[in-house]
Design a binder for this molecule. Structure first.
Ligand code: DQA
Length: 144
């Protein structure tokens, strides 16, 4: 089984981006922790980050031919992108939405997610652990 991890806009800044909100791990650190757990779970994993909505959508489409599900931190596109929602709905593979922070405890504009209602599950508020918990949930969902 193979999954793809998608990091949305500004997540390449992890480590220096508002560390009080997002922690001090870099994106490479996060990807390394995901890779280690994926290996334990017997999953193949590929990762992708983009700051561009269209590139994220193209990736969902292209990767859907070779993966069994997605682990997605859509960043700010969580709150704005009907197009990313449509892409994930369109490829009809399970995905888990994750966030490092707890968007419900932040600004009001972060309380709406366009993705949550079609996600297999959502994990937020646990820093890097959100990705790892989400990966376990996705593995269970795809029967890995
Ligand atoms: C985030 C939360 C979003 O509201 C924000 O725009 C991000 C990161 C998180 O992981 O906590 O870029 O998705």
């Amino acid at each position: 089984m193979k999954i793809a991890v998608i990091h949305g806009p500004n997540l390449r800044l992890l480590g220096r981006r508002e560390p009080e909100v997002y922690g001090t791990d870099t994106l490479d650190d996060v990807n390394g922790k995901i890779a280690a757990l994926a290996a334990d779970l017997g999953l193949e994993v590929e990762t992708f980050q983009s700051n561009h909505e269209g590139e994220l959508i193209d990736f969902v489409d292209e990767a859907s031919a070779r993966v069994d599900g997605f682990l997605v931190n859509p960043g700010a596109y969580t709150h704005t992108s009907i197009a990313l929602r449509d892409a994930l709905a369109g490829v009809d593979l399970p995905f888990v939405e994750v966030h490092l922070s707890n968007p419900s405890a932040r600004e009001a504009f972060r309380r709406r997610s366009y993705l949550s209602s079609i996600a297999a599950g959502v994990v937020y508020g646990f820093g890097v652990e959100s990705y790892l918990l989400g990966l376990r949930g996705l593995a269970a969902r795809i029967g890995a």
